[in-house]
Every structure is written in structure tokens, then in C-alpha cells.
Ligand binder design. Structure first.
Ligand SMILES: *Cc1c(COP(=O)(O)O)cnc(C)c1O
Length: 398
């Protein structure tokens, strides 16, 4: 063969010229299949697999070994028949939601949810003829009252961003499923599968921004959906296939590495967060702390009932002195990084009203207890005294 042919084919693992693919060693950590397409055995299997893409690997938008491995692990962790991986949490949320709603439908969702999830309902789906009602999903009666004959989806985020409100998944699912044809989705990002399993409590689909705790190290954006095989198949085809929010094999691989330590990370996130919450609750410059592990939290009892192993690493706090006090604290913390996102091994601080929730009107924000003096903390796995001392010195400068 000429050199240009050799450059492409000589000793290429898949090449017919050098014999068919045989792994030479069993890698301890799964290899990364950084390829857009797959070499098929022969004409007949090429025809068959292109028509049955879930039975083998054909093209990376249809599936890859790295995503497949991740999806099987997520399904296992969420006690689901199947799971799907996507390029971001919003990729997962928009794909799951669009697999359910159509023009003329009505959606019920929480008054406190992740900013872009709200934007999806309020500014994207509303243009496509989908109406909505926002309710306090911690109040099951309000959810029931909001249901209309054309409601097709009840969307619940718990714990909710950023005020950490806890909604009773089991009670809402009982109400939802007493009506015909309504699907319930739970965004369980703040809990991760280590602290909460919404499908066990009656949800139909669970979604995660895997960018957060599942990855844990802030190196990828990713999302997952888990549920019955029928529902996940529909999310995959046609919705994921047509929207194309496919997870890259390298990102899936990184996520798999991060997930190995989810348990030990979550235990430290939870114990550190509890200590920081108790410290802030007793601090003279803090008005109110929002952490579901505190007895003072209005929905602590539901958290205790439906979460296991702890209450997570997320909290918000109202600083006395409003936005000026927030500026002082955020400009002077040294261990915490000023960054949106959450669930990383290192601690982050953000200002929800102007960062993650700027898309809401001030009236909507205040009605949802997202006040101007509120910071959101993602408590990392550092030594907890260093976190407390860092917040203490920054608060003392107000
Ligand atoms: C971050 C987040 C999302 C969006 O996830 P991306 O990976 O950023 O697309 C959705 N829901 C919650 C609760 C989040 O924290």
C-alpha cells in the first residue's frame, strides 16, 4: 500500500487490512471511544444496525459505548429500567419535557426552579402553544387545584434552586396519577441519586444536571434522564436524535470517573453543609438560612422523610444589608470561588437574584423568597473550619 493508505489503515485496530478488531488488553478503566462513527461487519449487519440503532453502535449521535456504560449505571442508581445521557442538564430537561407536551397542553411547575428551566416553560414553550401555571409545589393542594383537563405534565424540582424548598414527591405523584394522562418529572439535581430516588416515590421521569454532583469536579456539562424503557426510548428517538443534545464520549468518560466517588463526596458535602448552616444560622449578620437539614427549615420534615443519607451540600442565606452586604462578602471570600454552578468538590458562592434567577421579575422573585441580599452557597469538601472562617472574615467586613 502507498504511504497515504498506510497512514490511514496500517495497524488501525478496526481495519480489515490488518485483521478485525481484537482488544489486546482489558483496560481497567474503560477506553474513550472518541469516534463519530463505527465500522460495521458487513452489508447485512450495516443494514440491520442502521434500522436497530439500540442494538449496536453505528454513529455517535445514536449512541456510543461510553454513553451506554454511563446510561446503564444511571438507570441502576435511579432504580430505573433505562436512562439517557445528554450534553447538559437543560438538554435533558428540554428533551424530556418535549417528549411529553404538545401544542394546546398545560403544564404545572414550581414557583422556585432552576432559572433556565423556567425560561423553557415561560419563553420557549409558551410560543409553541403550551400554557402553564406556577405553584408552590410544597403545597400539594395547590398542585391539585392547578391541574386542568389539558394538563399533561407536572414538573417538580426538589430540593429547589435556590431556596432549597422540598416538595413531597410521593404526595404529588398520588395526586398526579389520580388523573389520567399526566406525567410527573422530578429534577433531582441537588440531591443526586445518593440522597434521593424520585422514581421510587412515584415520579415517571427523573432528570439531573450531571454537570453538578454526578460529575463533581466541574469538568463537563452533562445531563441524564431515567425512567421506564418506553419513556426513555421516546426521549431518545425522535427527540434527542432531532435536537442533537448528544453527550460527547469524552464527557461521558469523565462523568464515569467522577461518579465513582459520589458517595464519599456526598457524605462530606452533607456534613460540611450542616456545620456551615448551623454557623450561619447563629451569625448576627445573617437574617435567614435556607438549608433543608435545619429544623428551622419549613419543609425539613418532608426532607427527612424522602431523602436518605443527608440533606445535600446546597444552601442559601439572606445577608443583612441587602445587595451592598452581598457585594462585600462576595468580594472578600478567599476559599469560596465566585461562580455559578454547584456540586463541585470545591466551594462556590453566587448571588441568585442577579445570576441564576435574573430572568424572573422582581415581584416573582420576592414572592418566591429570592431576596436581594441572598447568596447561594455550594459547600465543597474542604476542611469545614476553613469554610466557616472564610465566611466569618468576609461577613465581618460588612
Ligand atoms: C444546573 C442545573 C440545571 C441545568 O443544568 P446544565 O447542566 O447547566 O444544563 C437544571 N436544574 C438544576 C436544578 C440545576 O442546578
Amino acid at each position: 500500500m502507498g504511504i497515504n493508505t498506510d497512514l490511514l489503515h496500517a495497524h488501525q485496530l478496526h481495519a480489515r487490512l490488518t485483521g478485525s478488531y481484537k482488544p489486546q488488553a482489558m483496560a481497567h478503566v474503560s477506553p474513550i471511544y472518541q469516534t463519530s462513527t463505527y465500522v460495521l461487519d458487513d452489508f447485512d449487519s450495516a443494514v440491520y444496525l442502521n434500522q436497530h440503532v439500540d442494538e449496536g453502535f453505528v454513529y455517535t449521535r445514536f449512541g456510543s459505548p461510553n454513553c451506554d456504560e454511563l446510561e446503564k449505571k444511571i438507570a441502576h442508581l435511579e432504580h430505573a429500567e433505562a436512562a439517557l445521557s445528554l450534553a447538559s442538564g437543560l438538554g435533558a430537561i428540554s428533551t424530556a419535557v418535549l417528549s411529553i407536551v404538545q401544542a394546546g397542553d398545560h403544564v404545572v411547575f414550581g414557583d422556585v426552579i432552576y432559572g433556565c428551566s423556567y425560561t423553557l416553560f415561560a419563553h420557549v414553550l409558551s410560543r409553541l402553544g403550551v400554557t402553564y401555571t406556577r405553584v408552590d409545589t410544597t403545597n400539594v393542594d395547590e398542585v391539585e387545584k392547578a391541574i386542568k383537563p389539558n394538563t399533561s405534565l407536572v414538573y417538580v424540582e426538589t430540593p429547589a434552586n435556590p431556596t432549597l424548598k422540598i416538595s413531597d414527591i410521593k404526595a404529588i405523584s398520588d395526586v398526579v396519577h389520580s388523573h389520567k394522562g399526566i406525567t410527573m418529572i422530578v429534577d433531582s439535581t441537588f440531591a443526586s441519586p445518593y440522597l434521593q430516588n424520585p422514581l421510587d416515590l412515584g415520579a415517571d421521569l427523573v432528570v439531573h444536571s450531571a454537570t453538578k454532583y454526578l460529575c463533581g469536579h466541574g469538568t463537563v456539562t452533562a445531563g441524564v434522564i431515567a425512567g421506564s424503557k418506553e419513556r426513555i426510548d421516546r426521549c431518545r428517538m425522535p427527540y434527542l436524535q432531532c435536537f442533537g443534545a448528544v453527550l460527547d464520549p469524552f464527557a461521558a468518560w469523565q462523568l464515569m470517573q467522577g461518579m465513582k466517588t459520589l458517595g464519599v463526596r456526598m457524605e462530606r458535602h452533607c456534613s460540611n453543609a450542616m456545620k456551615v448552616a448551623q454557623f450561619l444560622e447563629n451569625h448576627p449578620k445573617i437574617d435567614r438560612v435556607y438549608y433543608p437539614g435545619l429544623e428551622s427549615h419549613p419543609t425539613h420534615a418532608i426532607a427527612k422523610k424522602q431523602m436518605h443519607n443527608g440533606f445535600g451540600g446546597m444552601m442559601s442565606a439572606d445577608i443583612k444589608g441587602g445587595i451592598d452586604a452581598v457585594r462585600t462578602v462576595m468580594n472578600n471570600v478567599k476559599v469560596f470561588s465566585l461562580a455559578t454552578s454547584l456540586g463541585n468538590v470545591d466551594s462556590l458562592i453566587q448571588h441568585s437574584p442577579t445570576m441564576s434567577h435574573f430572568d424572573m421579575t422582581p415581584e416573582e422573585r420576592h414572592a418566591a423568597s429570592i431576596f436581594d441580599g441572598q447568596v447561594r452557597l455550594s459547600i465543597g469538601i474542604e476542611d469545614v473550619d476553613d469554610l466557616i472562617n472564610d465566611l466569618d472574615q468576609a461577613l465581618s467586613l460588612i
